[in-house]
Design a protein around this ligand. Structure first.
Ligand code: PMP
Length: 427
């Protein structure tokens, strides 16, 4: 198909009329579709229903290390859960600390702790004039929400196919002691789906930040979330690389079983050096007498080990894969060659990232909404909700059915075409 930019004004106007008719037709159907959040579908949630049968009044609620999970205690988590989450995080058990039901909560708490108490005896961030974070973009809106909430200044760093622009990261952290952290989703990143290269991970491990309390916030939310059996991204394990580089305390790794079992009712954990975990426990000890051990027990008995988890993730992939492929099929068929947008084709994770022509994303999201399709707000993938090019849109294919997605993506491409034509006619 011919790029839209090569069409004459007359051709564009005629095309617009035809597309508007199609748009009015779908709008008339009064649809309600949602591709806004990376939520697992009902079919995916059903995969873990067996977990609800595991704990009942007839079974022994004592863990294999002899802990009565109904009672108080065991701040770090029961040992079977520590083993499972350590394996999932690819770290030794001494480097894992089990938290509650959400990794976002752990990240929030960690930033809050740095603000009020500092890390390993450093000055609490709230006592400093300025605290800054590097934010690879596009990125996860809820990360940016945490740093914005605490008044931390966010600096955009381009996310390349290999990970964040490391030339820029190295230079900025070395120069500016106010830079205290960086948000990273190293595998199947939200929203682009890219995974960091080995070189990027090694360069992270060898960073020489001006701030002694600089931390890499390594959110491995999609560590085992592959879409295919034969195409998988593998990333280097950062804690071990940091240890080898003599920087064991520089990384904080976050993980959870949210998109493995039940979002909001999973297990979250922090993987870090023993010093960092001791530091975190000083805070945790005051915060709680212990997290939900019955939930830990339920997870351990359901999955047993990583083999069990991998087998379970294959079932998720069987449900998710046709959805991603449906989105790609429609995008390829309808938009390839028009030069009005590009999109990612990750082999895992929960998102497809779409880049429209500059200055079109907000209008596309608004247009799709007119026809009943809710997308993640344009700009959400950037700090402060400000996409400087107004071009990035996050597509979340997991929640709707394949049939709903077919219609949803049709609405999306019609919206992209109409808004792009308007932009070209304006020029
Ligand atoms: N990190 C990333 C990158 C995510 O995409 C999500 C879920 N959308 C989360 C964290 C949330 O994780 P949790 O449910 O463990 O809080």
């Amino acid at each position: 198909m011919k790029p839209y930019s090569q069409l004459s004004k007359e051709e564009l106007t005629a095309l617009k009329e035809e597309l508007e008719k199609q748009f009015e037709d779908v709008k008339g159907k009064g649809l309600k579709l949602d591709m806004s959040r990376g939520k697992p579908s009902k079919a995916q949630l059903d995969l873990s229903n067996g977990m609800m049968d595991i704990l009942n009044s007839q079974v022994d609620l004592v863990s294999s290390d002899g802990v009565d999970c109904r009672n108080y205690g065991i701040l770090d988590g029961i040992s079977d859960a520590r083993k499972l989450l350590a394996d999932m995080s690819e770290v030794p058990e001494r480097n894992i600390l089990i938290y509650g039901n959400s990794s976002l909560n752990v990240m929030f708490d960690t930033v809050a702790r740095a603000m009020t108490h500092g890390f390993l005896g450093s000055t609490p961030w709230c006592k400093l004039d300025k605290v800054k974070f590097l934010c690879p973009v596009p990125g996860y809106d809820r990360h940016f929400g945490i740093t914005e909430f605490f008044g931390i200044e966010m600096i955009n760093v381009p996310l390349l196919p290999t990970g964040p622009d490391m030339d820029m990261v190295e230079k900025l952290v070395a120069e500016d002691p106010a830079i205290k952290g960086i948000w990273c989703v190293p595998k199947y990143a939200n929203p682009t789906g890219i995974s960091y290269s080995d070189e990027t991970v090694r360069r992270f491990a060898h960073l020489k930040p001006a701030a002694e309390d600089f931390r890499i916030f390594w959110d491995n939310a999609y560590s085992i979330h592959h879409l295919y059996d034969d195409k998988r991204d593998v990333i280097l394990e950062l804690l071990n690389e940091c240890v080898k580089a003599g920087n064991p305390d520089m990384v904080l790794k976050f993980i959870s079983t949210s998109k493995v079992s039940f979002p909001g009712s999973g297990i979250a954990a922090l993987a870090a050096s023993e010093a960092n975990l001791e530091d975190a426990k000083k805070y945790m000890r005051v915060q709680t007498i212990g997290h939900d051990k019955l939930n830990q027990l339920r997870h351990v008995r359901f999955f047993k080990d990583m083999q069990g988890m991998y087998a379970h993730m294959r079932k998720h992939a069987d449900i998710l894969r046709p959805k991603f492929e449906k989105v790609w099929e429609v995008l390829d068929r309808e938009l390839a060659g028009l030069e009005i947008g590009t999109w990612t084709k990750p082999v895992g994770g929960y998102f497809i990232s779409f880049d429209s022509m500059e200055g079109c994303a907000k209008a596309i999201v608004a247009k799709a909404k007119e026809a009943g399709l809710v997308l993640t707000g344009a700009g959400a993938t950037y700090p402060y909700g400000k996409d400087p090019k107004d071009s990035n849109i996050r597509i979340a294919p997991s929640f709707p059915t394949v049939e709903e997605l077919e219609v949803a993506v049709e609405i999306f491409v019609l919206s992209v075409k109409l808004v792009s034509i308007d932009k070209l006619l304006e020029a």
